[in-house]
Design a protein around this ligand. Structure first.
Ligand SMILES: Cc1cc2nc3c(=O)[nH]c(=O)nc-3n(C[C@H](O)[C@H](O)[C@H](O)COP(=O)(O)OP(=O)(O)OC[C@H]3O[C@@H](n4cnc5c(N)ncnc54)[C@H](O)[C@@H]3O)c2cc1C
Length: 373
């Protein structure tokens, strides 16, 4: 395999594929290399919530990025459906958060105080979601909490990439990066070929740190997440429902996804009996009937985690032409559209419309130093 393009992207998950499509839209030629199967990494495992507090954390810079991305989602979903005729099941019904104890209720009041959620009495929460636990202490409704079916999304993105003329190298991975005069020049593939490109985008999810020859250490590590799905027979919940440290996401045909564990176990294979048992116990507290429903599937995936739970976006400070679009942790589906926009703006030599300084890989320089001393 040999060739050349304006942009070479490593990884065909939601991030790599969205960057590829956005780049093609801007008139760039794109090659994507994928070691495995497109859309089968974290993207496939994901619950697909597009939520303003994705990852349940409170970083103002992340909230700004998330909000910009939520605004871009409807257009992305529409365009993908028109281009591929795959319905990605983008839904905007919102989320119902429930609190089963006083400290959880205080957190919901806090969310409402920030203006992102509307507090609900237990009766109001049960009016929206009749199947929730009768002992609910308080609830909150978040209208700007959306969702997408990420397995369909992965397929749709891939098929849109193919249709848009993206050059695709499946079963390939970088063996070496070739620089010329401090600038990225090409990638040598493990199969022996070489692909020259103007720019390189690292979008390899939880595996990003393992790419050989990168200009610096990327502090991305896998964070395993387990999930299971049940068949409710007829629709049981109508929104994303969050509580007791877990979430339930409604899917077509009355299926419900339950997730997710957050485990620092490297790439240890899953799911495990303990992980699924933990989720099932929590799900029973939120929507008791879930415990009696037949399980359809259990699975696990690896989120690309970073030391501060924030993504890594932007160019390498030392080697021109190397860009990072990784470390999206619990928010990769949420953040994919804005990531694609930001990265392609940088690839085109422009300035992103949203501030990305706090997501620069340079923020980890002091970590590396302290680790070395
Ligand atoms: C259980 C679970 C639930 C989640 N729920 C949500 C949610 O509700 N909302 C949300 O926003 N996010 C959620 N996430 C997080 C989200 O799934 C990820 O942040 C997102 O999918 C990351 O996308 P990605 O494209 O970077 O990685 P991936 O989808 O993992 O794709 C990376 C791709 O790169 C390829 N690759 C890796 N290394 C190489 C290499 N050397 N050469 C070639 N190819 C390579 C891989 O094979 C893979 O296909 C969840 C994650 C999990 C595990």
């Amino acid at each position: 395999v040999s060739g050349s393009s304006d942009v070479l992207i490593v990884g065909a998950g939601v991030i790599g594929c969205m960057v590829a499509l956005e780049a093609v839209n801007r008139g760039l030629t794109v090659t994507v290399i994928e070691k495995d199967a497109p859309g089968r990494g974290a993207t496939w495992a994901s619950a697909g919530m597009i939520s303003p507090f994705g990852g349940h954390q409170r970083s103002p810079t992340l909230t700004a990025l998330a909000n910009a991305s939520i605004d871009l989602w409807p257009e992305h979903a529409r365009r993908l459906e028109t281009q591929t005729e795959i319905d990605v099941q983008y839904r905007t019904d919102g989320a119902v958060h429930i609190a089963l104890d006083a400290s959880a209720a205080a957190l919901l009041a806090d969310l409402a105080g920030q203006g992102v959620a509307q507090l609900l009495t237990p009766a109001e929460a049960r009016a929206l979601e009749p199947a929730i636990n009768t002992e609910v202490r308080a609830g909150a409704f978040v209208a700007r909490d959306h969702r997408v079916n990420t397995r369909r999304l992965g397929m749709a993105l891939w098929s849109a990439c193919v249709a848009a003329g993206v050059t695709i190298q499946l079963g390939e991975q970088p063996a070496q990066l070739v620089q010329k005069r401090g600038r990225f020049h090409a990638v040598r593939l493990s199969s022996g070929g070489e692909i020259a490109a103007g720019s390189l985008v690292i979008a390899a999810g939880a595996w990003s740190a393992a790419i050989p020859g990168l200009p610096r250490m990327i502090p991305v590590r896998p964070v395993r997440g387990q999930m299971f799905s049940v068949d409710a027979g007829s629709p049981l919940i109508h929104h994303n429902v969050l509580g007791a440290g877990i979430y339930l996401v409604p899917r077509e045909r009355a299926h419900i996804l339950v997730g997710a564990t957050v485990e620092n176990v490297g790439f240890a294979p899953g799911p495990t009996a303990a992980g699924i048992a933990e989720l099932a116990a929590a799900a029973r507290k939120v929507v008791p009937r879930v415990a009696d429903l037949p399980i359809i599937e259990t699975w696990a995936g690896y989120r690309p985690g970073t030391p501060d739970d924030l993504p890594i976006l932007g160019g390498d400070p030392d080697v021109e032409g190397v860009f990072y679009a990784t470390g999206h942790y619990r928010n990769g589906i949420l953040l994919a559209p804005i990531t694609a926009q930001v990265i392609v703006e940088l690839l085109s030599g422009g300035r992103p419309a949203v501030a990305i300084d706090s997501f620069s890989i340079e923020r980890f320089a002091s970590h590396e130093q302290s680790a070395a001393t």
